[in-house]
Design a protein around this ligand. Structure first.
Ligand code: ADP
Ligand code: 5GP
Length: 215
């Protein structure tokens, strides 16, 4: 697409059962910013910070009272309780980015994905990431070694319920080979950016094409 053609940003929603590789794929998308130029929506959460996480980069880590204040003042576009903690998407950052034509990545669960699909249908492109097998999922959760054993078991138990939600997504990717899965996400974003209905700037572009005087 011609760079000067104006379009609204899209909301790329990535969901998966915990351990399927969604954060890894999200990190690859954000690290190779020159390829897709996606901005991450940084959620608020009441979950305790993991050793590898930085406040304000991976999440805004907040107390339950502050979460309730944000939720009740409509400052979150969506929110959900996941694995016993609260998570939510700050409204202002996302709405400003989209209006600016900046595409945003949302690493959120199926409950959040449903809320965004209801409220902002035309903007959402949703992808569900599946593991190649439940055995792989279990192994990945252990290999990540970031959560306690009881937390891993709870996440594994919740995985079946999460996997059942696959039908409400636009695209489904099986993350067996990481590079392949990453390139599949890239292809989806590239194609979705070219959708005619996302590019109101095409009206002006086509008018100027037709008005162009040839020598
Ligand atoms: P999620 O964000 O879905 O909970 P992560 O991205 O944290 O999952 O991935 C869980 C673990 O699995 C990490 O250790 C990650 O390096 C590993 N992983 C991700 N994708 C693959 C893959 N295709 N093959 C093998 N291991 C993977
Ligand atoms: P984790 O604790 O592993 O970082 O995330 C647990 C789950 O919460 C993941 O499925 C993740 O996608 C989801 N999640 C993270 N942020 C949000 C959010 O803002 N809203 C919703 N609905 N889910 C979120």
């Amino acid at each position: 697409m011609h760079n000067s053609i104006k379009r609204r940003g899209l909301m790329l929603v990535l969901s998966s059962p915990s351990g399927a590789g969604k954060s890894t794929i999200a990190r690859m998308l954000l690290t190779h910013k020159e390829e897709l130029d996606l901005a991450l929506s940084i959620s608020v959460t009441t979950r305790p910070r993991r050793a590898s996480e930085i406040d304000g980069v991976h999440y805004h880590f907040i107390q339950t009272r502050e979460f309730e204040r944000l939720r009740d003042s409509d400052a979150l576009i969506e929110w959900a309780e996941v694995h016993g903690n609260f998570y939510g998407t700050p409204r202002e950052a996302a709405e400003n980015a989209l209006a600016d034509g900046q595409d945003m990545l949302f690493d959120i669960d199926w409950q959040g994905a449903l809320q965004l699909q209801e409220k902002m249908k035309g903007d959402v492109v949703s992808i569900f990431i599946l593991p190649p097998s439940m055995a792989d999922l279990k192994e990945r959760l252990h290999r990540r070694a970031e959560d306690a054993e009881d937390v891993i078991n709870m996440r594994l138990n919740n995985a079946r319920n999460e996997i059942e939600r696959w039908r409400s997504y636009d695209y489904v990717i099986v993350n067996e080979d990481l590079d392949r899965a990453y390139h599949q996400v890239q292809s989806i974003v590239t194609a979705e950016r070219l959708r005619r209905d996302r590019c109101p700037g095409l009206f002006d572009f086509v008018s100027s094409l037709l008005d162009e005087k040839l020598d």
